[in-house]
Design a protein around this ligand. Structure first.
Ligand SMILES: [Zn+2]
Length: 140
């Protein structure tokens, strides 16, 4: 069900940008799950640091660590069969390839600036125990 909702069909360009704006909004459900878990573990953080490459979703300044919470479709996680279906459209193929390269570039820049970077995929936010374990390990 969730999967259907998250994969937009290329329609008119107007509908398309409306979809993209809605889906790429700053406070997605997976991101909220990560924030809630980090908060429950007692960590304090900032959100969407505009001054950092790629505008990381969660920023732990004192520890110099950042987290990106990536939607599996938008950032092309290798976890689902949707790529075969949706990638049929050239528009998406090109667009999402650019997203992937941009993500990679942002991570590289952040690491050069001395930040530790963790990517948490949407599909990795469902199991809250595993999520908490990952956060603890990364932030320790
Ligand atoms: Zn995934």
């Amino acid at each position: 069900m969730e999967k259907q909702r998250l994969v937009p069909r290329p329609a008119t360009s107007e509908a398309r940008s409306r979809n993209m704006a809605a889906i790429r909004s700053a406070h997605t459900k997976p991101e909220l799950a990560v924030r809630r878990t980090a908060h429950a573990l007692g960590y304090r953080f900032r959100l969407h640091a505009r001054t950092l490459p790629g505008r990381p979703d969660v920023v732990f300044s004192a520890r110099r660590k950042v987290i990106f919470v990536h939607g599996c479709f938008w950032h092309q996680h290798d976890c689902r069969d949707w790529s075969a279906r949706t990638m049929a459209a050239d528009y998406w193929r090109e667009k999402l390839k650019r997203n992937r390269h941009r993500d990679q570039d942002n991570r590289l820049q952040l690491r050069r600036l001395g930040w530790a970077v963790l990517v948490i995929w949407e599909c990795q936010t469902h199991d809250k125990t595993a999520l908490a374990r990952r956060l603890r390990t990364f932030l320790a």
